[in-house]
Design a protein around this ligand. Structure first.
Ligand code: GLU
Length: 479
């Protein structure tokens, strides 16, 4: 078998879509698995709709997902001379011909055909007219055989194809001289030595005509693998409005590239009942024989779960690298790296399925100020900073004030809490811990109280307890 060469060939007319990202991933994984090359080709021949901004976004998305390419990005418009050359060659061999039918004429004939209840394909009026370059405004069409299967053995769908009679002589060059998609994609795949074309099943209707171009050029087509489309939960078509479909959006929502890649690869592909795959494991295990034929569902709950598995096991350094921007955004300032941050992240990584959630959890321990008057704190304040808890919190605060920096650690804090509980008729720890937790974090949930106080630090804790006491006294006075 010759060296595998795959390509991802996006049109730069929008953002990197979930479906395209998975197509890129499958091409990349297939090439890597077989020790081949993965080529990036930007199909920018639609000049009106192609933008550099979109191209940049596509490239950033691929880079973020860790899908590195061996060649490219090639730009299809850079190959325009080759497209012209091949069209000229097809004209010279008689495999293509000039068509002088105007848009309006075509429209009229099409309408009449459809009115008779028949399917329209080009009726071949100019096929044998022998128009030369001087025939005026014209397009170029590929001459298809009148009948015969334009078929291929799809790596996913098996024997596939359509009869030439159902397709008709399609245009390969517009009247302005621009080559059309079917022609450009075939020429570029030939020139780039692509061995496997892995693309969405929405391209299945395009393949027979492209096979006809290969035949006209007397070149063996690559192997085709059409991947079933991704659908939303319940099997519904994905909708840009309803469903998150832009890779950059998932990224902004705090999914890890590792989680995203893992989730994407599993939409439509399986390897036994394994769910969690690192980048290397994907390369090791991915092949097309376990890509299913039915449309695959994108399940957001599954993404959250898969992502969480990666958050739980990611190397600390790498996790902090990715978490940092989310944390800085939430806190409004950067945060020093070091053992304290690592401890906080380690305590919290079980509680955040995304980087956004993880940052929110870490912020509980890392924020510089707690505002008990904030709307978000009200429920916990009402419930736990009750006037009845005042004597307890007062006693504890007095004792904690006497605990010096050197003893402000889990063991030291535990002793103080236990003493206060013992002095108050063997009070349950929770009765004491909960008001303290709300006082120092502004909310009712945090890791163990000793760990929480140790990580927030002595000065901040005492200051926050002071503010909470003030608030409790005010509540007691106005009760
Ligand atoms: N540029 C085409 C697209 O974005 C892909 C062409 C192909 O994969 O053959 O849909």
């Amino acid at each position: 078998m010759p060296k595998v060469r795959t390509r991802f060939a996006p049109s730069p007319t929008g953002f990197l879509h979930l479906g395209s990202a998975r197509t890129a991933l499958y091409n990349w994984a297939f090439a890597r698995h077989h020790g081949g090359d993965f080529v990036l080709r930007i199909e920018d021949t639609d000049r009106e709709r192609s933008t550099l901004e979109s191209e940049k976004g596509l490239i950033e998305g691929l880079e973020w997902l860790g899908l590195d390419w061996d060649e490219g990005p090639h730009r299809q418009t850079d190959q325009a001379h080759r497209h012209t050359e091949v069209i000229d060659q097809l004209l010279a061999s008689g495999a293509a011909y000039r068509c002088a039918c105007t848009k309006q004429e075509l429209e009229e004939r099409k309408e009449a055909t459809v009115a008779r209840g028949e399917k329209w394909t080009y009726d071949g009026r100019c096929r044998d007219a022998g128009h030369g370059p001087e025939c005026g405004e014209h397009t170029v069409r590929l001459r298809l055989p009148p009948e015969g299967l334009l078929g291929w053995d799809d790596l996913i769908f098996g024997p596939s194809g359509q009869d030439a009679s159902e397709i008709g002589d399609k245009i390969i060059r517009r009247s302005d001289g621009g080559a059309l998609y079917h022609l450009t994609v075939v020429v570029d795949d030939i020139d780039m030595g692509i061995t496997h074309v892995i693309r969405g099943a929405d391209h299945v209707p395009n393949t027979p005509f492209q096979i006809a171009i290969y035949r006209a050029l007397d070149i063996a087509p690559p192997i085709f693998a059409h991947v079933p489309l991704i659908v939303g939960p319940g099997g519904k078509k994905l909708s840009k409005r309803r469903d998150p479909v832009a890779i950059e959006q998932f990224r902004a929502e705090g999914y890890l590239a590792d989680g995203m890649r893992n989730w994407l690869v599993r939409i439509g592909w399986s390897s036994g009942d394994e769910e969690i795959f690192s980048r290397d494991e994907i390369i090791d295990k991915f092949d097309l024989d376990h890509v299913g034929r039915s449309s695959a569902q994108a399940d957001p709950d599954k993404l959250a779960w898969v992502n969480h598995q990666h958050i739980k096991t990611l190397d600390m350094e790498a996790l902090i690298d990715q978490l940092e921007p989310f944390l800085a955004e939430l806190l409004g300032h950067g945060i020093a790296r070091g053992p304290r941050l690592e401890r906080v992240v380690d305590l919290m990584r079980d509680r955040g399925k995304t980087l956004v959630e993880l940052a929110e959890q870490c912020a509980i321990l890392l924020r510089e100020e707690v505002d008990l008057a904030a709307e978000s704190a009200q429920k916990a304040v009402k419930k736990h900073l009750k006037p009845s808890a005042l004597p307890l919190v007062e006693a504890l605060t007095a004792r904690l004030t006497g605990l010096d920096e050197a003893h402000w650690n889990e063991a030291g804090l535990e002793q103080v809490f236990e003493a206060i509980c013992a002095e108050n008729g063997d009070l349950k720890l929770g009765k004491l811990a909960q008001p303290v937790r709300v006082a120092v974090t502004g909310g009712p949930v945090s890791p163990g109280i000793y760990e929480t106080l140790a990580l927030i630090g002595r000065a901040s804790c005492l200051e926050r307890l002071g503010a909470a006491l003030e608030l409790m006294r005010e509540r007691a006075a106005s009760a």
